[in-house]
Write a protein that binds this ligand. Structure first.
Ligand code: CMC
Length: 393
């Protein structure tokens, strides 16, 4: 005892050094490899951002074409994966399914994988970027009892995901460019966020030398909780439950009541003590999408806008620096473009996979890399002797 500091929730402990993502929570700054998130979200597509995160620099035109070509040629999953899906209950939550099937990739890519070879690590990243949309869409198709739809490589990354989600053998889904752009932006906004719970889970699992696909399953599991990635689904369900602007004060009062476990989903952040910069881009995108799709008077947006206004003027939220986070507006956009609520966190997982695998890759290249092994402060019984079974009553 006494050789280490006690830091519940790792509020002030850095677990590694990293060159990937910078956050200044006081001033609401988020940079991927030095580039501000709002610029990346508006000037680059998601695959450029994936390239940037993994390789460290934005791609040239030639590098981009080569990368896109590579990703597109890994979009199929082994046909035996289809049988794996059939083993799940139809009403399983798609995150439960994704957790299982992402981990199952390790069974297909293990024996010939050398995690100490940079080329193998890069191939793992490419495979994951390519296959996660396929698995995500399959988890949705399975949940609604529709046949799986195979990827189409002539489509963009995001259009292909929409195609696999919404095309049927009877009808090809026509991808709306506004929807495609908005979803692509959502992917970028979720791509990385330094040492959050799921990324730390992936790093910790990977620190033992475990199979990277199994580590990604650890990330999916960690992301699912409503305090983390599950907040986007929880936030939309909360807005639906509030139902009308006049019921907002009731929910604000519940969020402030220490005897009520209810929290305002989409509000507050461990690191940001001001507006989450991702939320600002998300709010603008939300307005753009609803305008472009001619969705006037969206009741959820009305409730969200009013809720934000009331909370930002309330002493409880002001004194605790609780501001809207990335998940406050993402659900409204996803809902407006036809994504079912149970798929929201799956979309977060799909987008965050590049962050997870980039951190896993960086960890294996860092000179100070060691197996992760946190200590504890023991608060249990002192040493005592075992009584023979016959004399215990
Ligand atoms: N509603 C009501 N009160 C809140 C909320 C909220 N959403 N968030 C924090 N608080 C209060 C909390 O009760 C505490 O009050 P007090 O000091 O009186 O005990 C104070 O604010 C500090 O909260 P904390 O729980 O110590 O903060 P944390 O850093 O441990 O938790 C959080 C951060 C994100 C888990 C939390 O703010 C939360 O549960 N928010 C709602 C869920 C959510 O939207 N999560 C998505 C995060 S962004 C996406 C991602 O990166 O995963």
């Amino acid at each position: 005892q006494g050789y280490f500091t006690y830091d519940p929730g790792f509020v002030s402990t850095a677990s590694c050094t990293s060159k990937i993502t910078f956050i200044d929570g006081k001033n609401g700054v988020l940079l991927y490899r030095g580039y501000p998130i709002d610029q990346l979200a508006t000037k680059c597509d998601y695959l450029q951002v994936c390239y940037l995160l993994f390789k460290g620099e934005l791609p040239t035109k030639e590098q981009y074409q080569e990368f896109v070509h590579r990703v597109k040629h890994h979009t199929l999953v082994h046909t035996q994966m289809e049988s794996l899906f059939q083993a799940f209950r139809r009403d399983s939550h798609p995150m439960a399914v994704l957790c299982g099937v992402a981990g199952a990739l390790s069974a297909f890519y293990h024996d010939k994988l050398d995690i100490y070879d940079p080329e193998h690590r890069e191939l793992t990243a490419v495979r994951l970027i390519a296959k996660m949309p396929t698995l995500a869409a399959m988890s949705y198709k399975y949940s609604i009892g529709h046949p799986f739809v195979y990827p189409r490589n002539e489509l963009s990354y995001t259009a292909n995901f929409l195609h696999m989600m919404f095309s049927t053998p009877c009808e090809e889904y026509k991808v709306n460019p506004i929807v495609e752009k908005a979803l692509d932006r959502i992917f970028t906004l979720h791509a990385d966020h330094e040492q959050n719970a799921s990324t730390s889970s992936v790093r910790l699992a990977g620190s033992s030398g475990a199979n990277p696909y199994a580590c990604i399953a650890a990330g999916v599991a960690s992301l699912w909780g409503p305090a983390h990635g599950g907040a986007n689904e929880a936030c939309l369900r909360m807005l639906e439950e509030i139902g009308s602007v006049d019921r907002i004060p009731e929910y604000i009062a519940r969020a402030k009541d220490k005897n009520d476990p209810f929290r305002l989903f989409g509000f507050g952040h461990r690191v940001y003590k001001t507006f989450d910069p991702r939320a600002i881009v998300m709010r603008d995108t939300c307005h753009e999408v609803l305008d472009a799709l001619h969705i006037d008077n969206n009741p959820l947006l009305k409730i969200a806008t009013e809720l934000e206004k009331i909370a930002l003027n309330d002493e409880y939220f002001i004194s605790r620096h609780l501001y809207p986070n990335v998940d406050f507006y993402s659900g409204i956009i996803l809902n407006a473009i036809g994504i079912p609520t149970s798929m929201f966190t799956v979309i977060f997982a799909l987008a965050r996979t590049i962050g997870w695998i980039t951190h896993w890759n960086e960890m294996h290249t860092n000179e100070d890399f060691r197996i992760g092994r946190p200590r504890q402060v023991y608060t249990g019984k002192e040493k005592r002797d075992v009584k023979p079974f016959r004399s215990r009553n």
